[in-house]
Write a protein that binds this ligand. Structure first.
Ligand SMILES: Nc1ncnc2c1ncn2[C@@H]1O[C@H](COP(=O)(O)OP(=O)(O)OP(=O)(O)O)[C@@H](O)[C@H]1O
Ligand SMILES: [Mg+2]
Length: 442
């Protein structure tokens, strides 16, 4: 139940409860002791009163009119503490109702469970009869105890309140560095690595601050290594793609082309020598298969190395890519805009722009369920160098809040870092995603 409470509240509750329990125990002991004391005092007061009256009775018994003497005796006996003495002929007022605030009945009853009264018969020679009643009456003592308990309780409440207040202040002050540590960890989680948490004098917090600083350095190193690894991977991937594309283009392509020509020649020869078209179907099948292989080869080449980049430039290559996606899924409406002014770009810049659009479109088709895609490239004339903005936006489900970057997005970011640019990924309203790459063209 207390698990969800703050440390300050928990400490206040525990300490407050401990002090209250200690005070309650002290009060209980105090009451038990007082009860024992009051009972023995009352008993001895009753005995004393009894002895006092019994010793005076023989002389009263001799009197013809003993009323006045009896009254005087009762009055004198009433000077004894904790006893109330009265004659059965007089009505007597219990003086438990005091002028000071009187204790509740349960309290009085608890302290004086034994409140039996003693009676002494008086019979004089002249035939006068009366009864003297002796009752325990520790009312003033009980009232005093009640008042003491009241003051102890009020003082204890004051102590509990002051303690809780002090705990709150001390805990708040002591734990104040925690807010800084939480903020530092949130920043680390958000990807900010170059942070230093100021140490605290408290040894426990100094350790935490040192660990956070250590964590920040380790993460920063890991980021750096990651960065280099991904850059290496991209370069290797590009080189590998280039090599495979070259082999496909230079070896596989001509071989297929030659095969097709040879098959054509063979057809002519067979037709001449056999003089009929009876192998025409077989020839067509082989020719069609070689044609299919050529098409597949071109498709793979297009994916591996944007050959079109060399042949048609960035604009044509992107257009070819978009055409290919339109063919793959005609239900997705694609809008494409390329700047009219001539772009002066290095090979790596062109490949980067091409790959960014290629990965963005692949992601859209794989993850977004979009029906509209907008690919726009435009030039921003910034100083000192203009900047090419590549924006690929879709109206799909949008990148999930908790989705993690795969190789695709990380590769895009790394590619942009290599060319000194920046990649921005944002969710669009009401839905969709925009990948925006800002690439300086120097
Ligand atoms: N246009 C988009 N719409 C919705 N979600 C997207 C979009 N682009 C990316 N995502 C989400 O971002 C995640 C990361 O994308 P990323 O390209 O890095 O990895 P991937 O496509 O899953 O795998 P790969 O490493 O093969 O590219 C995806 O898994 C997907 O959940
Ligand atoms: Mg991807």
């Amino acid at each position: 139940m207390l698990a969800n409470l703050s440390l300050r509240t928990k400490l206040s509750i525990y300490v407050g409860a401990a002090i209250s329990a200690a005070v309650a125990l002290c009060i209980a002991l105090f009451i038990f002791q007082a009860a024992t004391r009051i009972n023995s005092e009352s008993e001895s007061a009753r005995r004393l009163a009894n002895d006092f009256i019994v010793s005076a009775l023989p002389s009263i018994n001799q009197l013809d009119k003993p009323e006045a003497e009896l009254e005087r005796l009762i009055k004198e006996a009433n000077h004894l503490r904790h006893a109330r003495i009265y004659s059965s002929r007089t009505s007597v007022q219990d003086d438990t109702g005091n002028s000071i605030e009187s204790p509740p009945n349960w309290f009085t009853r608890f302290l004086t469970p034994n409140s039996e009264s003693r009676e002494i018969e008086v019979v004089t020679k002249s035939g006068f009869e009366d009864k003297i009643i002796i009752k325990a009456n520790p009312a003033d003592e009980i009232t005093e105890i009640w008042q003491e308990i009241k003051w102890i309780s009020i003082a204890s409440l004051g102590v509990i309140f002051a303690t809780v207040l002090i705990i709150s202040i001390v805990v708040s002050n002591t734990l104040s560095p925690l807010a800084g540590y939480v903020q530092a960890l949130s920043l680390l989680d958000a990807g900010k690595r170059t942070l230093t948490v100021a140490g605290d004098k408290t040894p426990e917090f100094k350790i935490i601050a040192d660990r956070i600083n250590g964590l920040s350095q380790t993460l920063s190193k890991l980021d750096e290594e990651n960065h280099l690894l991904i850059q290496k991977m991209i370069t290797l991937q590009d080189n590998e793609r280039k090599e495979i594309a070259r082999d496909l283009h230079d070896e596989f392509g001509p071989a297929l082309f030659m095969s097709r020509i040879c098959v054509g020649e063979l057809k002519k020869k067979i037709t001449i020598s056999v003089g009929e078209d009876k192998y025409l179907n077989d020839w067509s099948a082989v020719d069609q298969n070689i044609d299919k292989l050529q098409q597949v080869n071109r498709k793979i080449l297009g994916r591996l190395r944007p050959a079109a980049l060399e042949e048609m430039g960035l604009s044509g290559a992107i257009e070819a890519m978009i055409k290919s996606w339109r063919k793959t899924d005609p239900s997705v409406e694609m809008v494409y805009y390329f700047p009219e002014e001539k772009l002066t770009m290095t090979e790596i810049q062109s490949v980067t722009a091409y790959r960014i659009i290629q990965e963005s479109l692949t992601n859209i088709y794989r993850h977004s369920r979009a029906t509209k895609v907008n690919v726009r490239l435009f030039l921003e004339k910034l100083t000192p160098s203009p900047q090419l903005v590549i924006s690929v936006a879709d109206n799909g489900i949008g990148i999930g809040e908790n989705s993690h970057d795969g190789i695709g997005l990380r590769g895009m970011k790394e590619r942009m870092l290599i060319v000194g640019g920046e990649l921005k990924i944002s969710r669009l309203s009401p839905s969709g995603t925009e990948i925006k790459a800002l690439m300086p063209l120097s």
